[in-house]
Design a protein around this ligand. Structure first.
Ligand code: ARG
Length: 460
């Protein structure tokens, strides 16, 4: 017999490098807390239904609590010979309380055990993700409030398009993050299901009480199919998908932070505490952390594709392939928490160069739509108004002047509909403020949306 918790039918052990290949303790040690939490609930239930005695339960519980304290005190060295966190803890328990430890695994398999640990791990961490999103949203709203009337060019195709409020821009990210928040909330629903009690795959002949375990562990629901319980990793895939979407949003903002802090744009300056210098070029101040966040998006997408591909084609129920579900999920959690914190810090300390933003609207023809709309409102068909304005823009570019610098007479040569009131219309602030349609960039709108956003934040 081989000296393993499952060694009964084995005559020969594996080489240590093979054991190492199969082990997950390198990363699933991070489930230690959840594994013990699950075992405490399971043993309590076993005693409640009379599968183990109260005395045996007390031994098991005492031992598990000691192990938890030892782990927290850094006194435990996990071993690769014991493969994973579950077998490590069970063997530590045997060392502590002797053979009664072997009763803990009654009516349980590592398959429903690992699934339970992983669900608990996720359940404990999703609130941290939501809190970190909320912190960043709060920062965006504060900044939007302050900059409702800071105007800048809005872009399409990265070309100046129409003037917008910087606050309006910031609130666009508030909205994206709100959807992310809601996605993680939904993720919580699919995580809040207890697998324990499914045993290896088919349920158990012991008279277990799954409702009791669910209550003990704080699960709102219980898997109603044992095969599904041990082989479902949707909650982790959803987490990675949500994380990918979040990172995609943050990566877009990162791109703008990088561009807008460049010499050419010069709209923003990141604080020294969120920038780095160059080892050779003394003048450099790089938006490294925005770049790094943009870069980390790649690995997060990779983890999503990784787990989707691991799960693809797996026959029911548990397969060892599924051991690959954890490390990428763990690192993704660390990544998104860190990136959200970095963005919150960058926005908390950013300097907004309002004057440069406004100055970028000079001679950029981003008020051309205003002129076309002006003509259309005076009765000219919009297509014709577009063409007339286009010709005027062309001429102004030749002369190197802005539309609002064209003399009235010159404008009137293109259309007699143009009158002196056109100059107010061409003012970028007018352009912004006239966009009062719901969701438009008018400053009055932005102020209203700030109030709405604050209400959303207050409600969560
Ligand atoms: N370390 C394993 C994992 O993470 C635990 C489950 C092992 N179950 C089994 N039947 N080998 O998936």
């Amino acid at each position: 017999m081989v000296d393993k918790l499952w060694g009964g039918r084995f005559q020969q052990g594996a080489a240590s490098w093979v054991e190492d290949f199969g082990a997950s303790i390198h990363f699933d040690y991070q489930l230690a807390h959840e594994d013990i939490e699950g075992s405490l609930a399971h043993s309590k239930m076993l005693s409640k239904v009379g599968i183990i005695s109260e005395e045996e339960c007390a031994f098991i519980q005492g031992g598990l609590k000691e192990i938890l304290a030892d782990i927290e005190a850094g006194k435990v060295q996990f071993s690769v010979q014991n493969e994973d966190i579950h077998l490590n803890i069970e063997s530590l328990l045997t060392e502590k309380i002797g053979s009664v430890a072997g009763k803990l695994h009654t009516a349980r398999s590592r398959n429903d055990q690992v699934a339970t640990d992983f669900h608990l791990w996720m359940k404990h961490r999703l609130p941290d993700v939501k809190a970190a999103i909320k912190n960043l949203q709060t920062e965006l709203v504060l900044l939007a409030d302050k900059h409702a009337d800071t105007i800048m060019p809005g872009y399409t195709h990265l070309q100046h398009a129409q003037p917008i409020s910087y606050g309006h821009y910031l609130l666009a990210y508030f909205e994206m993050l709100q959807r992310d928040y809601e996605r993680f909330e939904f993720n919580e629903k699919h995580t809040d299901i207890l697998p324990l009690g499914a045993a290896a795959l088919a349920g158990t002949t012991f008279p277990i009480d799954r409702e009791y375990v669910a209550d003990e562990l704080g699960f709102g629901n219980i898997y109603h199919n044992s095969l599904d319980a041990v082989s479902d990793r949707d909650f982790a895939i959803e987490f990675l998908a949500n994380a990918s979407m979040l990172m995609m949003h943050l990566s877009r903002m990162a791109e703008e932070l990088i561009l807008w802090t460049s010499f050419e744009f010069n709209y923003l300056e990141l604080s020294d505490s969120y920038s780095t210098g160059s080892s050779i070029m003394p003048q450099k101040k790089n938006a490294d952390f925005a770049e790094l966040s943009r870069g980390k998006t790649g690995a997060v997408y990779g983890q999503l594709m990784g787990l989707l591909t691991v799960m693809k084609g797996l026959p029911l129920a548990y397969n060892k392939d599924m051991q690959e579900d954890k490390s990428g999920t763990f690192t993704t959690f660390d990544t998104i928490i860190a990136v959200l914190k970095v963005f919150t810090g960058m926005l908390e300390t950013v300097t907004v160069k309002k004057d440069n933003m406004k100055a970028a609207l000079k001679t950029d023809y981003s008020n051309a739509t205003e002129l076309a709309d002006y003509l259309a409102k005076k009765g000219m068909p919009f297509r014709q108004a577009h063409e007339v304005t286009g010709k005027l823009v062309f001429e102004a570019i030749q002369e190197g002047i802005a539309l609002e610098q064209c003399e009235l007479k010159a404008l009137q040569e293109h259309s007699a509909l143009i009158e002196d009131d056109v100059y107010v219309v061409l003012n970028p602030m007018t352009a912004v403020n006239k966009r009062t349609s719901l969701g438009g960039t008018a400053i009055s709108n932005v102020k209203k949306e700030v109030v709405r956003a604050k209400g959303i934040l207050a409600s969560k």
